[in-house]
Ligand binder design. Structure first.
Ligand code: F6R
Length: 360
C-alpha cells in the first residue's frame, strides 16, 4: 500500500499534486473562487476572524492571517487551541471562528469549538475526515479532500489546508467586494498548483544537501511575513521526525536573543523568496553568516542574490508573493523526511507522537 515508496510520508508528499486537484474541484469557477459550503453564511458581514488549531494546522492558520490581513481590514487572530480554550474569547455577530483540524478529533480544538458555540459564534471547520467529531459540532465543514494520511507528520494535509484556506480567504474577500490584480494572479496560480507541484516534485533532489546537515544537533529556521509560518512548519517537521532541536523565529527577532546561539555547530535555514521583505531577510542571513553558521536557503529560481552569501541553496519556481508558503512546503517536508531517514529513524512513526491527539 506504500505503492513502492519506502515510507508513507514520502508517498504522501508525492501525492500532493493529486491532493491539490481534489481540493480545488468545484471551488475554482469561471467567475472566481467559490465555496458553496458558505452559502448560508453572510460572509460579507465578517469583520473579525478567529482561527484556532494545533501544530501544523495552527501554522496553516497563520498563513491565512497574513494573507487576509494584507488584502483587507478584517482583523484576523490565530491561537493554538490549548491556549484559546482557556482565554476569555469575545465574539459578536460579525466574528467568525475557523477551527482547523485534519483529523477532526483533536481534543483542544474541539473544546475551543464548544466554547465559542456557547458564546453564540458561527464556526467553520476545516477537516480531512468525513464524519469526524468536529464536522458534527461546527456549523459547517469545508473538507480538504487530501485522501487518507497515514504518516504521523502532516504533509499533503498541510498543503491542502493551505489550498482550502486561500480559497476561503479569496471567497470572503470577493464577497466583501475586494478583488485586485494581485488576487487574480494568486487565483490563477492556485489553478496551476497541481502542475507546479508536479514539476517541483519531479525535479527536486535534496539527497546531497540533506546529507550535509544530517548530523547537526541544532537548527534555526527563519522567515518573515507570510513565510514566518513556513519557518515554524519547517522546524516542526524536522524536530518531530528527526529529533533535531529545530527552532523557528521571525528573522527580525534573531537579534533580540536567539542570535547568541549561532556558531558553526548551529546552522540556519532561511526561507527567503524574493518578496517585499527579501532585503530584510537577506540582512538577517548576512548577520547569521557573520557568526559562522552554515546557511541553507530556499528562494525562487530567478533570484540569484543569495548565491554568494549562503552555503546551500534550494530553488522553487517563481510564484506570486502570497503563494510561497505553498511552493516551499514540499521542500521543507522532503528535507525533514530525508534527514530522519538518513539518521535511521522511521519517519512514519515518530516516538511519543500520535496521529490523533484525543486527550488534552
Ligand atoms: C505535525 C502534526 C501535528 C498536527 C496537530 C493537529 O506534523 O501533524 O502538529 O497538526 O496534532 O492535528 P489536527 O489537524 O488533526 O487537529
Amino acid at each position: 500500500e506504500k505503492s513502492g515508496y519506502k515510507h508513507f510520508m514520502l508517498k504522501e508528499i508525492m501525492e500532493e499534486p493529486e491532493a491539490i486537484e481534489s481540493a480545488l474541484v468545484g471551488r475554482v469557477t469561471l467567475e472566481g473562487p467559490v465555496l458553496n459550503e458558505l452559502k448560508e453564511f453572510n460572509v460579507e458581514r465578517v469583520e473579525k476572524i478567529k482561527l484556532v488549531a494545533c501544530g501544523t494546522s495552527y501554522h496553516a492558520g497563520l498563513v491565512f492571517k497574513y494573507f487576509v490581513e494584507k488584502h483587507s481590514n478584517i482583523d484576523v487572530e490565530v491561537d493554538v487551541a490549548s491556549e484559546f480554550r482557556y482565554r476569555n474569547i469575545h465574539v459578536d455577530d460579525n466574528t467568525f471562528v475557523i477551527a482547523i483540524s485534519q483529523s477532526g478529533e483533536t481534543a483542544d480544538t474541539l473544546e475551543s469549538v464548544r466554547l465559542v458555540k456557547r458564546k453564540g459564534a458561527k464556526v467553520i471547520s476545516i477537516s480531512n475526515v468525513v464524519g469526524s467529531t468536529i464536522t458534527r459540532e461546527s456549523d459547517v465543514t469545508v473538507f480538504m479532500n487530501a485522501g487518507p494520511e497515514i504518516g504521523v507528520a502532516a504533509t499533503k494535509t498541510y498543503v491542502n489546508q493551505l489550498i482550502v484556506l486561500y480559497i476561503l480567504g479569496m471567497h470572503l474577500l470577493r464577497m466583501k467586494g475586494i478583488w485586485n490584480e494581485e488576487l487574480q494572479r494568486d487565483f490563477e496560480f492556485l489553478k496551476q498548483a497541481p502542475e507546479i507541484f508536479r514539476k517541483i516534485l519531479n525535479n527536486i533532489d535534496l539527497e546531497e544537501i540533506s546529507s550535509y546537515y544530517k548530523n547537526y544537533h541544532h537548527f534555526m529556521y527563519i522567515g518573515r511575513g507570510i513565510n514566518y509560518p513556513t519557518a515554524l512548519e519547517g522546524a516542526l517537521k524536522l524536530k518531530e521526525i528527526s529529533y533535531i532541536n529545530a527552532t523557528a523565529y521571525p528573522a527580525g527577532e534573531l537579534k533580540h536573543g536567539p542570535i547568541a546561539l549561532l556558531d558553526p555547530t548551529f546552522p540556519v535555514f532561511a526561507i527567503a523568496p524574493k518578496d517585499n521583505l527579501f532585503e530584510k531577510t537577506k540582512s538577517n542571513i548576512e548577520e547569521s553568516k557573520a557568526r559562522n553558521s552554515r546557511i541553507i536557503a530556499i528562494t525562487n529560481e530567478s533570484n540569484k542574490e543569495l548565491e554568494k552569501i549562503v552555503d546551500d541553496i534550494i530553488y522553487v519556481p517563481d510564484s506570486p508573493d502570497d503563494m510561497y508558503p505553498l511552493t516551499i512546503s514540499p521542500v521543507i517536508q522532503l528535507f525533514a523526511y530525508l534527514i530522519a531517514d538518513m539518521r535511521g529513524y522511521d519517519p512514519d512513526k515518530p516516538r511519543n507522537l500520535a496521529k490523533s491527539v484525543t486527550v488534552e
